[in-house]
Ligand binder design. Structure first.
Ligand SMILES: [Zn+2]
Length: 240
């Protein structure tokens, strides 16, 4: 039995070279579902959205039929509520950028794949990874395969995919451990401040978990500029 497939947009990145940006024919066994065939071509179920079969929107669990013409679109549904991420071991710098922008981004450099899958399920976190095989695990419902290799471009990619530029809130989250920051009275941390910081700054925040202190010094201006650049690139529709 045979069907034809067309993949749209960035989904082509997942396909073998000869299949990219092409409509191609594929042989399948009678019991195979759309989802099964799409994943067998390298596209994880977390990353595709609408599937049209002969022009009709169709559930991915449907079994394939002879002569089906299948068109697959990238997932682009916006998030419901606050975004909540879990990042794979190789995405440490991206985790820092997402925290900088105020997004809840759980990251450790020693999670095993099994743990990542479990935490993503239990806490309803969107698993970000460059490992598409990890996203093909059945239990994972929320995930996204990062295509870019440069961490800033990865941040732009995440802003785009989840339509987040309007939700960026700098100075809200600890860059080291992801906890939400709390306002702290300058008097209470005075002995921990450098002499010049004591003189020039009045507004401080502290991480309740790791005790790191934050203030809007020159590093803060630099960070804001970086965030603005990334958000502007995202709104400009990179990767469209
Ligand atoms: Zn912290």
């Amino acid at each position: 039995m045979r069907a034809t497939f067309t993949f749209k947009g960035e989904l082509n990145d997942f396909l073998a070279h000869s299949l990219k940006n092409n409509t191609f024919s594929l042989e399948f066994a009678p019991h195979q579902s759309l989802k099964h065939l799409i994943e067998s071509l390298g596209v994880p179920h977390t990353d595709f959205g609408r599937v049209l079969v002969n022009g009709q929107e169709t559930h991915p669990d449907r079994r394939m039929q002879e002569g089906d013409q299948v068109t697959v679109y990238p997932a682009d549904a916006p998030l419901e509520g606050e975004p909540c991420f879990l990042l794979d071991n190789h995405l440490g710098q991206l985790a820092t950028y997402l925290r900088m922008m105020g997004f809840d981004s759980l990251y450790r450099n020693d999670y095993q794949d099994e743990e990542l899958a479990e935490v993503s399920c239990q806490e309803g976190r969107i698993l970000l990874t460059r490992d598409r095989r990890l996203l093909m695990r059945k239990q994972i419902r929320l995930g996204y395969c990062i295509h870019q290799t440069d961490p800033r471009q990865q941040a732009v990619e995440v802003l785009n995919r989840f339509k987040l530029p309007g939700q960026v809130k700098p100075f809200q989250r600890c860059l080291r451990c992801n906890s939400p920051l709390q306002v702290v009275n300058k008097q209470d941390i005075l002995e921990r401040l450098e002499p010049l910081t004591k003189i020039y700054y009045e507004e401080f925040r502290i991480c309740p978990s790791c005790n790191q202190i934050y203030w809007k010094g020159s590093h803060y201006g630099h960070m804001l500029e970086m965030i603005e650049t990334m958000a502007a690139q995202a709104e400009g529709g990179l990767g469209g």
